[in-house]
Design a protein around this ligand. Structure first.
Ligand SMILES: C[S@@+](CC[C@H](N)C(=O)[O-])C[C@H]1O[C@@H](n2cnc3c(N)ncnc32)[C@H](O)[C@@H]1O
Length: 225
């Protein structure tokens, strides 16, 4: 596994610390493990509909046979890496949190032996890839990104065909409540309105390339480059 620890933003370090500590619990959001409090279970369930919808959309669009290599940015515990590998893709997972990558590696061990998957331990903006990928998946990632335009500009150089991304919606009591909970643990959180997204995509010249889907707690975005 590659390793790169020079952060562009100091708050990226806070995100790493948060997710490293969260790793053991993270899979429970997908319903894989048991020990969660009643309130946590309620929140998991509330956010799960969006999670299911964005998962289905990623699998639907990445099924395009022209998409063979995929970069999963902020791959976390490897739920998407595993599903994409099962679908026959070659996957690179990148994440800033060691604990998350350990989960991902465990989940996809059987594919590593065939050379179909590899992992990079780094913040996305801090890692330089020497190869390009057909598509990138960025799910549950922009929640923690202060400078999304920098991420888009980097993606434009590394990805040739398609971007599949989720953005948490601004507004609502539970969104606010989540922000407070994360702030108490020193983890920054960013939300987006449809106008925010359209303005960002216009800056990239992507206004005619972006499909924006309203999926409950998130916007799901497909960009055909
Ligand atoms: C909510 S999890 C989502 C994981 C996975 N994509 C999924 O949907 O199951 C967000 C992940 O993004 C990672 N992350 C946050 N900021 C990052 C950054 N700047 N570079 C790389 N990974 C980052 C976190 O460590 C965490 O594992």
């Amino acid at each position: 596994m590659d390793n790169n620890k020079n952060y562009t933003l100091t708050e990226t370090k806070d995100v790493e610390t948060f997710f490293h500590g969260y790793a053991a619990d993270f899979d429970s959001i997908y319903g894989h493990t048991k020990k969660r409090s009643g309130w946590d279970k309620f929140l998991d369930k509330y956010f799960r509909r969006s999670m299911r919808l964005r998962y289905d959309l990623v699998l639907k669009y990445s099924a395009n046979p022209e998409i063979k290599t995929i970069l999963d940015v902020g791959c976390g515990g490897g739920v998407y890496c595993e599903a994409l590998l099962v679908a026959g893709k070659t996957v690179t997972g990148l994440d800033i949190a060691d604990g998350m990558l350990e989960l991902a590696e465990q989940k996809t061990k059987r594919f590593a032996e065939q050379g179909k998957v590899n992992y990079v331990h780094s913040g996305y903006l801090e890692h330089h890839f020497t190869q390009q990928f057909d598509a990138a998946v960025l799910v549950g990632f922009f929640d923690y990104i202060k400078t999304p335009l920098d991420v888009f500009k980097k993606l434009q150089t590394e990805i040739t065909k398609e971007l599949l991304m989720s953005f948490p919606k601004s507004g609502g009591f539970l969104g606010w409540q989540r922000k407070v909970r994360y702030k108490m643990r020193n983890c920054p959180l960013y939300y987006y309105s449809k106008n925010d997204l359209e303005a960002l995509f216009a800056k990239m010249g992507w206004q005619n390339k972006a499909e924006i889907f309203d999926i409950d707690r998130d916007f799901f975005v497909r960009i055909k480059l």
